[in-house]
Write a protein that binds this ligand. Structure first.
Ligand code: WQD
Length: 333
């Protein structure tokens, strides 16, 4: 059993990772920014695990506040989700992303170094791959950088800083690059922040099903794919969470990067068909022109993680769709 610091903010992958870690009898301390929706999640985590996770308030941009946590706890390591995560929002608020994600990470690393905590799992992103010079499927050693949005830039820069930490500060670091996580937890109790205005595909599709939106606008134009719509590597959020737990329990020395799963591509139009199969309803959509920054295909090569931990993603896209519907039914009933 380890004692881990979990850093997070707006993306609820952390809550799913906390559930997996608590259920494996690890102790977790969550660095919390007092966001108003955290109360709902802690109650959900308790309902699922019968354990109250421990929260410590700190604004990661303030190193004194972060350091206070290290004077109260002795950690075996940290799982760092690096905070803000919306591609679109990062284009509107780049400085907020640089302050929280990059400055926040530097503050965290200073404290880890000072208090001799040298094991890090970093929740990175497929957006670090240089899609302009490399074709999918993306492999870990392929070119990164030349990012198309501030969110991806922060993840790319953090990876570079962590590589230096491994070399010059003897830290053991594993970066997990995931592609398109889709929610929700099978309990129907945790998902993404329901107060958020969604920008990702599946949450928007859920809002169409709830009648909050008339239809889905499918951003296609003339992509060179089998049905001309974009292809993505969608992965159930519980598989993403379990990958973080397994990565911690198998933490390798020095610096390692793994794509997490699945290596299978699903097009936007195929996602619509899957939702129709689950709901037995025709799903309303309209084809419109491309969205800036979209790449046609983004899927992972997964040989490295399969070799390292000997398993693949366990859950299907259909199960994620069903879990998302259960969550939405719960919060609206
Ligand atoms: C998926 C596909 C859109 C909305 C992700 C996220 C994040 C990151 C990886 C980790 C695209 C299409 C969407 C809509 C649509 N992962 N779409 N109509 O763009 O792959 O970005 O990158 O950090 O998960 O930032 O995810 O869900 O926005 O879009 O047609 O209303 O759905 O064109 O092809 P994306 P997304």
């Amino acid at each position: 059993m380890s004692k881990l610091l979990i850093t997070w903010w707006t993306w609820f992958i952390w809550s799913h990772a906390v559930v997996e870690l608590l259920q494996a009898w690890h102790q977790v301390v969550i660095l919390d920014n007092l966001s108003n929706s955290v109360q709902e999640v802690t109650e959900a985590i308790f309902t699922i695990t019968w354990i109250h996770p421990l929260f410590e308030y700190a604004d990661i941009r303030d190193i004194q506040q972060v350091e206070t946590i290290f004077t109260k706890h002795v950690f075996d390591g940290v799982i760092h989700f690096a905070w803000l995560k919306s591609v679109k929002e990062s284009c509107d608020k780049p400085f907020s992303y640089y302050e929280n994600n990059i400055l926040g990470t530097i503050n965290l690393l200073r404290c880890l170094d000072t208090y001799n905590v040298r094991n890090i799992i970093f929740s990175s992103s497929a957006t670090v791959y240089d899609a302009s010079s490399e074709d999918a499927p993306f492999e870990e050693q392929m070119k990164t950088g030349n990012t198309t949005n501030p969110y991806g830039t922060t993840k790319f820069i953090i990876e570079q800083v962590l590589k230096d930490m491994a070399q010059w500060r003897q830290m053991n670091i594993t970066c997990l690059r995931y592609f398109n996580p889709i929610w929700a937890h099978p309990s129907g109790l945790i998902w993404e922040d329901p107060h958020d205005v969604p920008t990702n595909l599946l949450p928007i599709m859920m809002e169409v099903l709830e009648g909050k939106r008339e239809k889905l606008f499918v951003f296609w134009d003339d992509y060179n794919t089998m049905d001309w719509s974009c292809i993505r590597d969608f992965i159930h959020v519980v598989d993403v969470a379990q990958a973080h737990k397994i990565a911690w329990e198998n933490l390798a020395k020095w610096f390692n990067i793994y794509n997490i799963w699945t290596g299978k591509g699903t097009s936007v139009l195929e996602m619509i068909s899957l939702v129709e199969e689950v709901t037995w309803e025709v799903f309303p959509y309209e084809i419109v022109s491309r969205r800036d920054g979209d790449v046609s295909i983004s899927i992972a090569k997964v040989a490295r993680i399969k070799k390292a931990i000997g398993r693949e993603a366990q859950l299907s896209i259909t199960s994620a769709i069903k879990d998302a519907l259960i969550f939405r039914a719960n919060i609206y009933n």
